[in-house]
Design a protein around this ligand. Structure first.
Ligand SMILES: O=P(O)(O)OC[C@H]1O[C@H](O[C@H]2O[C@H](CO)[C@@H](O)[C@H](O)[C@H]2O)[C@H](O)[C@@H](O)[C@@H]1O
Length: 283
């Protein structure tokens, strides 16, 4: 039975139409006890027609800043995006992150750890993708430091072609790369990199260590993270519809910001403040 911040049962939860409980009825640990991990696209930034058009609303940036402080820095972004994109989308905030599906991590002290990936293989895949996508108008090739994303949101008729392209690319490079499907996208990412491993890594270090992990995501790449968070007795929340192993669900990014704001409000009404000396842009 879910409980509130005082461990009181919340009563009879009503199932979300999807068969998952709405996260409004999830346990609500104090922010000081939480390790907060948030996906970016589809979770903080509403899905847009192209990667460049996505943005995080300003009110969400302020909320993240407050949560970061109130949780004493125990908040990280866990995304498939490349690292410069994460900083651009969240600017002026500079937050710990796992970028590129966990292949690159910025630790709480600012140090960056990157998986070793053979650049020749990546270039080979990129060149092949560029060549074949030329014949698929409306598709987008997103080149990232350690992966490539093949987008078909604006050309759904090429979904099968894109899947074939990714499979062909892996014929030669499957020992170091693997396919990650997502929302109207097929990505070729470093084999073994995962959001689950990134969260495990963060959970082994301060200030995350010893806290209850919370992860919120919306997409297939988030499923491994839901799995590890469940295994650690944390709180896993899926944004939007679709099968998931997350334990809770919220409808969309505004529902998430409302829920996170309520955690912050409980923190403030319990006498908490948001006090971490600022590397952030909102002083
Ligand atoms: O792990 P995430 O932070 O959710 O990133 C996953 C991928 O998100 C981006 O693509 C998705 O969002 C785009 C903008 O809304 C949308 O146009 C696209 O269809 C989605 O698949 C991003 O471009 C990828 O690099 C991320 O891996």
């Amino acid at each position: 039975m879910p409980t509130d911040t005082n461990n009181k049962p919340l009563g009879n939860p009503t199932l979300h139409s999807s068969g998952k409980l709405p996260a409004t009825q999830a346990p609500r640990p104090a922010l000081a006890a939480l390790a907060i991990f948030l996906d970016l696209d589809g979770t903080l930034a509403p899905i847009a027609a192209t990667p460049d058009e996505a943005h995080v609303p300003v009110a969400t940036l302020h909320l993240l800043d407050d949560l970061y402080r109130a949780s004493a820095g125990s908040l990280a972004i866990v995304s498939g995006r490349d690292s410069p994109d994460i900083d651009r989308l969240l600017g002026p905030l500079i937050l710990p992150y796992a970028a590129l599906h966990g292949a690159r991590i910025r630790m709480p002290d600012g140090k960056i750890e990157t998986l070793n990936v053979p650049q020749e293989s990546l270039q080979d895949i990129s060149a092949m993708a560029e060549n074949r996508l030329r014949n698929l108008p409306g598709t987008i090739l997103e080149r990232k430091a350690l992966s490539v994303a093949l987008h078909y949101r604006n050309a759904p008729e090429f979904e099968d072609e894109i899947r074939r392209l990714a499979a062909d690319a892996l014929l030669k490079h499957h020992s170091v790369f693997e396919v990650q499907e997502g929302k109207m996208v097929v990505e070729i990412k470093p084999r073994g990199a995962s959001k689950a491993k990134a969260i495990e890594h963060f959970m082994g270090i301060a200030p995350f260590q010893g806290r209850i992990p919370l992860f919120v995501g919306d997409d297939l790449t988030d499923e491994s993270a839901f799995g590890i968070v469940n295994a650690l007795d944390g709180i896993s929340i899926k944004i939007g519809p679709g099968d998931t192993q997350a334990n809770w669900r919220l409808d969309d990014p505004p529902a998430l910001t409302a829920w996170l704001s309520s955690l912050l409000a409980a923190h403030v009404s319990n006498g908490g403040n948001a006090s971490l000396d600022g590397r952030h842009g909102y002083e």
